[in-house]
Design a protein around this ligand. Structure first.
Ligand SMILES: Cc1cc2nc3c(=O)[nH]c(=O)nc-3n(C[C@H](O)[C@H](O)[C@H](O)COP(=O)(O)O)c2cc1C
Length: 198
């Protein structure tokens, strides 16, 4: 667990709630300003094909959007920076607009089969694709479908792993296909043997 995550999230209100409920608060002080992404975090991010992005609008309302793409489309640029391509979409630009008013974002990444989840906190900026073609090339991973209009670049403040309880293992269609491939092959083999005997 990265200390800065807890120091950031344990606001006075949160600490008060802990005190009221349990008689004591989990005060966290003196953590580094930022916690870099370690090897485990970088590997986890590089193998995800989706995540949730939370922004906050100028009125204080939270907003969450699902982002999906080929595995690794959330690119780790370095141990303190992640980025992803924002494709031409529904033209609402809610996340883009929110970040202009408040650059604080949270990312939620989950691996259902492994029952692991990782949260990131960071400051985001949105770069127009025409303004930085080199950056666009770095986030243009194979398999992305659509026109990259802009790039979200997130300076990671900290991260936090959660416990696996409550995560139901779920599998993608590709993972199910892979798992049942030997069964399908065996079925075909047995059907062929049966047909030969008829
Ligand atoms: C045809 C179409 C396909 C889309 N495909 C994806 C996609 O694969 N992954 C993704 O993250 N957003 C995709 N989007 C974009 C989202 O709809 C949305 O525009 C984007 O996530 C920005 O959302 P926001 O305004 O809530 O920030 C697609 C949009 C359209 C219209």
């Amino acid at each position: 667990m990265a200390g800065r995550y807890l120091e950031t999230m344990f606001t006075a209100d949160v600490l008060a709630a802990q005190r009221k409920a349990y008689g004591a608060a989990q005060e966290v002080h003196g953590t580094p300003e930022r916690d870099p992404l370690g090897a485990a975090e970088q590997e986890f991010i590089a193998t995800r094909d989706s995540f949730f992005l939370a922004t906050v609008n100028r009125d204080g309302w939270p907003y969450v959007q699902h982002r999906g793409g080929p595995a690794g489309f959330l690119r780790v640029l370095d141990e303190r920076t992640v980025a992803f391509a924002d494709l031409r979409g529904n033209r609402q630009l809610l996340s883009t607009g929110n970040v202009a008013a408040n650059d604080r974002v949270a990312l939620f990444l989950i691996d259902y089969p492994a029952r692991q989840r990782l949260k990131l906190l960071g400051h985001a900026r949105v770069v127009d694709a025409d303004a930085d073609r080199e950056l666009v090339a770095r986030v243009a991973v194979d398999g992305l479908r659509g026109k990259i209009e802009r790039v979200f670049v997130i300076d990671v403040v900290s991260h936090d792993w959660n416990c696996p309880s409550g995560i139901t293992p779920r599998y993608t269609a590709a993972e199910v296909d892979e798992a049942v491939a030997p069964l399908r092959a065996r079925l075909a083999e047995l059907e062929a043997q049966l047909a030969a005997k008829r």
